[in-house]
Every structure is written in C-alpha cells, then in structure tokens.
Design a protein around this ligand. Structure first.
Ligand code: RTP
Ligand code: MG
Length: 141
C-alpha cells in the first residue's frame, strides 16, 4: 500500500484529559509517524471552514462551539495507508459504537465530543492539511 499523509485533530475534550501521549502512542504503535504538529485554539471561522460539509446539519453550531472551546492538537500523520489506518485506530464516530481499544472508545464522551478527528479520504486529507499547515511545516518523516 502507498505511503499517505492524513490530517488528525486531538479535540478539546481529549486535550482536557491529558491524553496527547496516549493517543500519539497509539498512532506510533500502529506504524504511523507524526510529520507535523501544533497546539492551538481554533477560531470559529476556521472551525466552520473546516467542517463546511456539515454546515446544514442541526449539530453544526454545537460542533463549532465545542471545537473552539479549548486547545486542540493538529497533526499530519504519515505511513502506509495512513488515511484508513487512522480511521481504524480512531474507531466509529459514536464512542458507544467504537470497537474496544480504539481512541474514541477510550477517550470519547459522546457522538459530538469524540476525542479525535481523522480525514475520511486522501482528497479530504489534502484539503484539511492545507487549511492548517504551510507546505514547509510538513516533514517527510
Ligand atoms: P470527524 O470528521 O470529526 O473525524 O468525524 P467523523 O468523520 O467520524 O464524523 P462526521 O460525520 O464527519 O462528523 C463530524 C463531527 O461532527 C460531530 N457530530 N455530531 N451530534 C451529532 O449527531 C453529531 N454527529 C457528528 C462529531 O464531532 C463528528 O466527529
Ligand atoms: Mg468526518
């Protein structure tokens, strides 16, 4: 399988749980490398642009307010089949439905506050990475 890059966010609820180390360990244990990382607080504009595909959904306002409620960690993950691999490590959107041992089953609180984001395709990953990182900030690790 090809080496891919994907975009990951450790969301505010997982940041509050001091779970950066545990989550990054799970990526690394599964063969993903951290090619870029930064901790920041998202503006409502940026969070809205990032989740533009969900603008018409009833939970959009809640989602933007959650995503801007505290620091997040933004990452580029790199490795073989990184997009799908990251989605597997994360688990299902709803932590109640996520397989045991996945990030969302361990650190998710509910379907909204579900600990992590991961791009759903190579195309989404490219769009999302470009929203948050300059090209030179992503290393070929
Ligand atoms: P993400 O984009 O954050 O990685 O999550 P996902 O692909 O698994 O789920 P998606 O359908 O793209 O939804 C994006 C985020 O919106 C919040 N959400 N809330 N209240 C609700 O019913 C609901 N449904 C989705 C979650 O934070 C989800 O990750
Ligand atoms: Mg999604």
């Amino acid at each position: 399988m090809a080496i891919e890059q994907t975009f990951s966010i450790i969301k505010p609820n997982a940041m509050k749980k001091n779970a950066i180390g545990d989550i990054v360990s799970m990526f690394e244990a599964n063969g993903l490398k951290i090619a870029a990382a930064k901790i920041t607080v998202l503006t409502a504009d940026k969070a809205g642009e990032f989740y533009a595909e969900h603008k018409a959904r009833p939970f959009f306002g809640e989602l933007v307010s959650f995503m801007t409620s505290g620091p997040v960690m933004l990452m580029c993950l790199q490795g073989e089949g990184a997009v799908l691999k990251n989605r597997e490590i994360m688990g299902a959107t709803d932590p109640k439905k996520a397989n045991a041992g996945t990030i969302r089953s361990k650190f998710g609180d509910n379907v909204g506050e579900n600990a992590v984001h991961g791009s759903d395709s190579v195309e989404s990953a490219a769009r999302e990475l470009a929203l948050f990182f300059e090209k030179h900030e992503i290393c070929n690790v």
